[in-house]
Design a binder for this molecule. Sequence first.
Ligand SMILES: *[C@@H]1O[C@H](CO)[C@@H](O)[C@H](O)[C@H]1NC(C)=O
Ligand SMILES: *[C@@H]1O[C@H](CO)[C@@H](O)[C@H](O)[C@H]1NC(C)=O
Ligand SMILES: *[C@@H]1O[C@H](CO)[C@@H](O)[C@H](O)[C@H]1NC(C)=O
Length: 362
Amino acid sequence: MHFSHFYLLASSAAILPALAAPTTQAALKNAAAAVPGQSELFASYQGRKTPLAEDWNQIIHPSASGDPGPDDQLFQNLLSAEWVIYTFYQEGVDTFTQEDFTKAGLPKNTYQRLKQIRDNEAGHIRIFQDQISGTSLKPGPCTYDFNYNKSNPVEYLGLQVYIEVTSQAFLTGLALEAVSDKSKAALMAIGQTETRHNVWGLMDTFGVSPMAGPSDTTYPYAEQILELTNAFIKKCPSENPVYPSPRQHLPQIAMWANGTTGAPGDKIQPIFYEPKNQPQFEEGKDYWAVFFHGIATINVPYTPGQEFITIPNQFENSTGIIIMNIADTQDSPTAESVVAGPLVLIEQPRLLTLKAPSVVSL
Ligand SMILES: *[C@@H]1O[C@H](CO)[C@@H](O)[C@H](O)[C@H]1NC(C)=O
Ligand SMILES: *[C@@H]1O[C@H](CO)[C@@H](O)[C@H](O)[C@H]1NC(C)=O
Ligand SMILES: *[C@@H]1O[C@H](CO)[C@@H](O)[C@H](O)[C@H]1NC(C)=O
């Protein structure tokens, strides 16, 4: 009985968001002082306007001189990535209405959830700003182009899955670089939140299982995953640090959508699509397509110029993601051993595999 009473309250709040308006206005008044974990602004605020106060919605110059903190560079990378993610959600909140989602056949709380996720991501902005010490610059927002059809809310929500699984991959990778244990725990806690966002999309938008096998996918070089988000970045404030730092400028890999399902056991046809940034292969040297799924790595021999690469059929079907790079050493034991990539394959939902930004359709 308690449960159903609670449920009724929760669902009537969802139907009548107007009831929340006065507190929402009050919350915005205190936005500059809002603390993540202690303010509705980063959890349940339902306004269209950003929950970030102007003070925080910009580049923040160092307030002290001295050596940087041990994890400053890590959190600068993460803050730059978070501006991409937060902006993606704020733009979705600005672009769509619940009516757009309803017309597309999506649940009647879709817009509400989108705003909650936007709130969480704004909270991440504040958390990462606070993790960077006063002696280092806190990067500001850039301009972005997410390149989706603004009249197609389902396409937007497909990109949401790509953004969430990619963040999961770089958050776990950054845990390998964090100096302080506290930073490692913070990265893990943030990763859990991104997973909730992904699970929501899998269940409520795409109607598939939220389970993704026993482990999400780890990839050892977080900066290489962060590099993929540069595809969405147009122009940054010139004072922002190079993103990601260090930046390897590796040749990027896309793949053709025709002739594959992108599932384990199937062949994919890679494209090195930047004419001025082609992989440099040395004659007589061995190369590998190194595949990552869960916490395992599988090496597939690769001959430069070969047209197709087979995704290892040992991997579970339709769970999480598969990441591939091309390396000059089995397992790609160092960032420098990677000669191209990585390529992120969305395996769940299968419906999105061939619609990811790295997949080229004719
Ligand atoms: C954008 O999406 C809408 C709704 O699905 C569709 O009618 C329109 O043709 C799409 N536009 C382009 C350029 O694909
Ligand atoms: C996919 O299309 C591209 C462009 O026409 C072509 O180069 C490629 O060979 C095709 N791949 C398959 C597997 O059909
Ligand atoms: C993989 O899963 C998809 C559905 O997600 C299914 O259509 C396909 O047949 C499966 N492939 C194998 C080899 O089990």
